[in-house]
Write a protein that binds this ligand. Sequence first.
Ligand code: SF4
Length: 377
Amino acid sequence: LSEQLKRFREPQLAKETIVKVKKSLQALQTYQGHKAIFMEFCGTHTAAFSRTGLRQELKEYVTLLSGPGCPVCVTSAQDVDRIIAFSQIPQAIIATFGDMVKVRGSEMTLQEAKACGSDVRIVYSSLEALEIARENRERPVIFIAVGFETTTPTAALTLTKAIEEGIDNLFLYSLHKATAPALKALLHSELTTTDKRSTNIDGIILPGHVAIITGRKCWDFVVQESKIQATISGFEALDLLLALEDLTQGIMNQHDQVGNAYGRAVSEAGNIVAQQAMEQIFELQGGDWRGLGSIPQSSYKLKKEYAAHDAEKAFTLPALPESKGSSCQCGDILKGIKTPLQCPLFAKSCDPVHPQGPCMVSHEGTCATYYKYERKL
Ligand code: SF4
């Protein structure tokens, strides 16, 4: 570990900071007249708050709700059905990340499609999909591109490389999503707390990994449009505590800009090279989000000049199966309306071995996190 990162894991410093943050949260409670309700947008933050014990340690002082920041979880059931349909194209090889194979569509998972004969391969990056395409030039290789701004630049660079090499059998089914439009949609929806008290959330912890790419300043709309304070956070215990402190001070001092408690990684303008790579290949179009529905300008789709590599343009899919009703409550969990503990299936018929919904599948999913850390045994 680097010396700098070690500092962010120092137990004594964390203990001292917890005391300070508790005092600040108490002051905020007095200032607002109610216990603060913060939402962590990002699934990695959800996991980090539980893994470090901070969710439990601070629960008397702040309610922490989870948001839609898990790319696998927000992939809509209909998009999962399309992925399954792609896997049934003769000779097709599907390349995708591990979590995606376990997410259920209307009739089956990609894992079950594989058991029925589809060629489904798990990759750790889009570059591995390119390698599979190089090795199988006579077969279409469809990369299921799922992620936020953190993985979109790599997919863009992969496609650029494929074009340079003349690899014409690599296709992308782009389900990459833009986080800011989803947050906007969420802020315009009615949020309720877990105890059903109808209210707006008081603050938002913004996704650190995404902000490394996008930069800080593009998030100022949260404070300026919705008047809700927000802060970018890293993922160590001290990062989380610093973000809580920054958020608390931001509310009480009525800051008019989004805070940055992850300054060691996030700049004002972000990673310009990565942004340019995305802009060259992708354009924003409307996208479907589980729980949030259709959101304008929220999905990175291939520009028309790359249609030859766009799986949605290159292949005609059969009619999709009828969507079946489900008692899975991932939709409400992704909006912060419910916690997994309020789902009647949680830790009963739904667990990581038999997941009923994507929030229990993904390692960034709120249900998987609660199953691992917040479940009463
Ligand atoms: Fe869906 Fe399972 Fe989570 Fe309930 S516990 S919301 S069924 S993933």
